[in-house]
Design a protein around this ligand. Sequence first.
Ligand SMILES: O=C(O)CCC(=O)c1ccccc1C(=O)O
Ligand SMILES: [Mg+2]
Length: 324
Amino acid sequence: MRSAKLFQYQLPMDSGVILRDQRLITREGWVVELCQDQQLAYGEIAPLPEFSVETATEAGEQAQQLLSQWVAGEALDLESALPSVAFGISCAMAELAAELPVTGNYLVAPLCCGDPDDLVERFNQMPGDKVAKIKVGMYEAVRDGIVANMLLEAIPDMQLRLDANRQWTPLKAQQFAKYVKPEHRSGIAFLEEPCRLPSDSLAFAQQTGINIAWDETVRDAGFEVKAEPGVAAIIIKPTLIGSLERCISLIGQAHAVGLTAVISSSIESSLGLNQLARLAQWQTPNVIPGLDTMQLFQAQLIQSWPGCELPVIPLSELDMVWHK
Ligand SMILES: O=C(O)CCC(=O)c1ccccc1C(=O)O
Ligand SMILES: [Mg+2]
C-alpha cells in the first residue's frame, strides 16, 4: 500500500542573501512524504530563484502528477522531470528503499569572506583537511587576487576553492592571477568558472597554472564530462541537475576520467542539506562538500543540521497542499 503527501514550506532567510540580481527574503519549496507499508520517507523540492529553470509553482504541479503515478504503482520518468522535482522525489524513493545511507559528511568547506582570523578560528573547530571557499568576481579582480594570496600565505596548509560564477572577462581573470604568487597557485584547489565562456576559462587555467572547476557549465546543453588540462573538478548541485541517478552517473563519469566531483548546495533547507551530506558521504567520501549554507537561514526544517542552533519548524506546522 502506497500513499504520498506534499507539504509547502517557507523559511525566513538572513538579511542580505543575494542571488544574482535578487534578494532572497524567504526560501520556498515543497516537502515530499512517501509512505509504503507504514514506512515514511522524505525529500525536498526547492527550485532556486535565478538559478533553476522551473518555478516553485511549476515544480509543485509536476510533483503532484509524479506522486500520483507513484501511488498508482507506475514507473516514474525522472529523467525528463524538472531537475528539482527529480531530485526531491528520487531522494525520498532512495530513502524509502534504504539506498541513501544515513551517515553524512558534515565537514563542509567554510564559505569565508576573506578574514584569515575568522578562517583560522573555524578550522580550529574542525577536524580533517583545511578546505575553504571564497566568492570572487563581485568587486575588483585585483582585490580578489590580493585576498586569495593573503589567505594562502596566512594558512599554508589550506586548499582554497574560489568561485567567480563567470563574472570575469579574460583580462580581469588575468588581473586576478597576477596577484596570486606562482608558489601559492597550487594552494588553489580550483577556481569555479572564471569567465563567461568556458573556452576562456580553459585558456585561463592553462596560461596561469590555476586549476578550474565547472559548475554552470555542467548544466549547459551538450556538456560532457572529460579530462582537460587545467580542469580539476565538477560541481554537482543536485537541485539544479536532477535525479539522484543522474547525479551519481555524473560523479561516476568524473571519477572515471580523474576529476574530483564536489556535491554542493543550492540553498536547500536543513532537510535537503542533510540528504546532500549523506549523498556526499556515500558517493564522494574523500571530498569535502560545498554545503556551508545553513548560515543563510533563520530557521531549520524538520531535521536539524549538526551544530546548528536555529529553531526547527516541524512537519506538523507545514501546510499539506496535496495527498493521495
Ligand atoms: O558551493 C558551495 O560551497 C556553496 C553553494 C554556492 O556557492 C552556491 C549556492 C547556490 C547557488 C550558487 C552557488 C554558487 O556556486 O555560486
Ligand atoms: Mg559556482
